[in-house]
Design a protein around this ligand. Sequence first.
Ligand code: NAG
Ligand code: NAG
Ligand code: NAG
Ligand code: NAG
Ligand code: NAG
Ligand code: NAG
Length: 480
Amino acid sequence: MTCTNHFFCFLYFVFAATLLSRIESKTADNLLKGFTVTPDASVTSFQPLLTDSNANYSLGLLRVNHTQLALVILHLPSSQQLWVATTNRSPRWSTSTQILFNGSLVISDKHSRVFWSTKTNGERVYLANTSNLQIHGQDSILWQSFDFPSDTLLENQNFTSHMTLNSANGLYYMRLGYNFIGLYAKFSRHSGQDQNYYKHKAMEIKAKIIEGQGSIYASLSSDGFLGMYQNVTAPIDIQSFSSFQQFNPGNRILKIESDGNLKGYYWTGSSWILDYQAIPEFCELPSSCGPYGLCHRGKGCSCLNNETEYSSGKCESSENNSGDFCSLRDSKYKVLRKNGVELPYKEQMVYEQMNTLEQCERSCKDSCKCWGAVYSNTSGFCYMIEYPIQTLVSVGDDSKVGYFKVRDSAGSNKVAIGLGIGAVLFCGAVLVFGWAVVIWRRKRRVSRAYVEGESGVVGVGPYKDLASESFSSIELSERR
Ligand SMILES: *[C@@H]1O[C@H](CO)[C@@H](O)[C@H](O)[C@H]1NC(C)=O
Ligand SMILES: *[C@@H]1O[C@H](CO)[C@@H](O)[C@H](O)[C@H]1NC(C)=O
Ligand SMILES: *[C@@H]1O[C@H](CO)[C@@H](O)[C@H](O)[C@H]1NC(C)=O
Ligand SMILES: *[C@@H]1O[C@H](CO)[C@@H](O)[C@H](O)[C@H]1NC(C)=O
Ligand SMILES: *[C@@H]1O[C@H](CO)[C@@H](O)[C@H](O)[C@H]1NC(C)=O
Ligand SMILES: *[C@@H]1O[C@H](CO)[C@@H](O)[C@H](O)[C@H]1NC(C)=O
C-alpha cells in the first residue's frame, strides 16, 4: 500500500495499531501480577480484559447506565451476562476507578477504596473454557467465580447449600434445603422472614439421602438435566430439560429470572432457547401481576380492587407497599375484600384452621404485622400474609375469600407532613428575621451612642478566611 496523503497515512497507522492492540487484548487468557486497567472513556458497552481459549467467554468491564461500571463475564456470541462481581456500591466509569491484580483481583478507586476483592494471594488470573474465572496459586486454585454465582449456573458448576443464586433485581433467590431446591422472595424488607414460593423435593430414586453424610448440592449436567447429589456416585434427584440425553457439553445454563422463575436455556449456536422452567404457569409466579394484582389463568391481569384499572402492573402506588402497620404513623389502612381468590403458592404458606371467616379476618386485623388473610370456607384454612400483598389467583370457587389491608395513602400523608414542616420552618424564619431586626436596631442605637469609630471586626477576618478555605477543601475532597 502506498501512502499518498500524510493524513490518511496517519489514520491508517492509527487504525492498524488499534486493531493489533484489540486482537492482542482478545487473545490474553491470563492476567499476571502487576496488571492494572482503568475504564476507557471511548467504550460505550464492554471492555474485554480476558478471553477463554475458545473465545466463547470474556471477562471485562461493562458500562452500566453510562456512568457505572460492573466487572462481568459475558457469553460473547450472545452478549449474555453470566456472572458479575457483586459490589455494595457501583464503581464509576471514570479513570478514578481501576481494576488490578496484585495477588487479589481488585476493583478500587484512586484512594484505594476497595469496592470488591477476591482477597487472595495468587500468581495469575485465568478464564477457563467453562467460563469459570480462576485465581491460581503456585499449584492450586485459590478462588473461582463458580463458588460465587450471580443469577446463572453453568454446566458442572456445583451449587452447594452455602450458596444462593440471586435474581438480578435482588427480589428472588434459590437455595438448597436438607432435601430440596427452594425459591424464595424478599417481599418484606422489614421482617427477616422471606417467603418460600417453590419447593422441589428430591425423589431419591437412584440414591437415598443418608443422614450425617454431608449436605446436598445441585449441578447442571451436560446430559440435559438438573441433578441433586449427596455424593458423586448417583444423583438423589433428576429434573430433565427438553434437551435431555443430548450430550452437547457447554451449551446449557440455568438462571433465576427477575420474575422469580427458574429457567434453563440451551445454546443452539445462534440463540438461547428455553429448555426448562420450574414454574410453567404464569399465574403461579410469585407476583405475576404485581402488588395487589389478580391473575386470571390464560386471561391476564386485573386488580384486586375492581375500581382500579390494571395498567403496567400498578394496582396500588408502590410507596404504600412496604413495612407493616405497627408504628402509629403507619397504622391507618382501608380494607379490601374479594371473593374467589387464592394464593399462588399456598402449599408453601403456613395456615391455621379456623371456624369462620370472621375469626380469620379478626386475627389479621389484630396483628399489625398482617397485611391480609385468605380464608377457605370449605377447608377452614386461614392463610395470613405478613408482607405487602402480591398477586392472587382468580378461582371460580366463591367460598375462598380474601381480606386485604390497603395502606391509607401514605402519599397524601407525606404531603401533609411536608406542609407541616414547611409551616414550622416558615414561622421559624419569620421569628429569626424579626429577632435579627430587633438586635440590629438595638446595636445601631448602642453603637451610635457609645462606640463611634471602634473596629468591630477584629479577629473576624482571619476566622472567615479559615472557614472559607476549609469549606472549599471539603468541597474538593467530595468532588474527588
Ligand atoms: C492489593 O491491592 C489492594 C487495593 O489497593 C490492597 O488492599 C491489598 O492489600 C493489595 N494486596 C496485596 C497482596 O498487595
Ligand atoms: C476445555 O479445556 C480443557 C482443559 O482445560 C480441555 O480438556 C477441554 O477439551 C476444553 N474444552 C473445549 C470445548 O475446548
Ligand atoms: C464439583 O464437585 C465434584 C464432586 O465433589 C468435584 O469432583 C468437581 O471437581 C466439582 N467441580 C467444580 C467445578 O468445582
Ligand atoms: C465454544 O466454542 C466452540 C469452538 O469455537 C464452539 O464449537 C462452541 O459451540 C462454543 N460454545 C458456546 C456455548 O458458545
Ligand atoms: C366491585 O366489587 C364489589 C364487591 O365485590 C361489588 O359490589 C361492585 O359491584 C363491584 N364493582 C364493579 C364496578 O364491578
Ligand atoms: C360457609 O360455610 C357455611 C357452613 O359450612 C355456610 O353456611 C356458608 O354459607 C358458607 N359461606 C360461603 C361464603 O360459602
